[in-house]
Design a protein around this ligand. Sequence first.
Ligand code: LLP
Length: 414
Amino acid sequence: MTHFRYQNGELHAEAVPLSRIAERHGTPCYVYSRAALTGAYRAFDAAFAGTDHLVCYAVKANSTLAVLNLFARLGSGFDIVSGGEMQRVLAAGGDPRKVVFSGVGKSAEEMRQALSAGILCFNVESEGELLRLERVAAQAGRTATVSVRVNPDVDPRTHPYIATGLKQNKFGVPCRDAPGLYRKARELRHVSVAGIGCHIGSQLTEVAPFAAALDRVLELADRLQAEGIALGHVDVGGGLGIRYRDESPPAFDEYARVLTGRLGRRALKLVLEPGRALVGHAGILLTRVEYLKHGTEKNFAVVDAAMNDLMRPALYEAYHEVLAVSGGSGGGREYEIVGPVCESGDFLAHARTLALREGDLLAIMAAGAYGMSMSSNYNTRPRAAEVMVDGALAHLVRERETVSELMAREILLP
Ligand code: LLP
């Protein structure tokens, strides 16, 4: 069920007309639906109800404090990839004992922070990382709980920039090397082995690669158990795709059925790291048409949002549906939806037929995941405001940045 719908010819977020948000908070502006976030989390969690599991929302998909706080209130754990994300989780009231720490390049300082917060598990991606973690934990007088992220060499059939589980990718430890790393970990005094995991990519639209990856990980887990290396959990990562255009990704229930079926009767807790699937459809990017340019070959709608606000189209040629907030009168022309940034890669959408006038509002749909969290200040553009709608209420959850904030840490030469 979508929480962004037309009512009386105007697009609303839950019960709030988007035009009202634009008037009050300006554009570009990210707008989220609290009901959509809650609904997605609850449905995902419920799909695994029959299995011992922990949902660790992947913070990178949308790290806005209000979003993290909402998930924390719903009981979610978190998957983090930096010390910054750790601090966000704590600031949002997340439970550190439900935090897993992923990523190939954890610094010693990030390890210290996470150890002192008391996180659930470090997802270790190399021998060097394991040895560094041992040293840091020894200095801190603590024990680090670890899981090795293996690279199962499975093709996720997604965009190459977001495929992570192929042997040519930088992520994880090859299956072949994993047992040796576990044996090494067992010898370390400040490391305790807790699990095994993988993450093969993002925006997957089929279940088969998830199943193949999990099979490889479980085969390893069985071998380790037979050697006396006991594991408590298996982390299947994130990656479940959403429908942006005409994809038909597996439903939560189907995804859960396949994973839990593979797990069988093994006494392993299932850890899940969904990002996009929980937030993607819960947010839109609201933008206003500045100019219409009718060129000799193409028509351009120049809007006030740009690649710095939503990078996905420029970076992955990603498709996002574009809707006219005031319904439109039918007809129209084919437009390139572009931003004010000085690059031809600055587009939000190609060839969309819309009836537009200057000043109209557009909604870039399914922008809740990897929208705000990947935004930048390129062209000295302050980052957008964010609003969370809850029924008939619209809460400002992040003020628009100011240019003086952007310049605040800069120093002129003497
Ligand atoms: N766990 C790990 C270790 C990850 O690296 C990721 C995403 C996730 C979980 C969450 O994946 P999700 O459920 O959201 O697919 N910027 C790209 C996506 C990059 C994904 C990176 N890793 C995009 O806009 O499509």
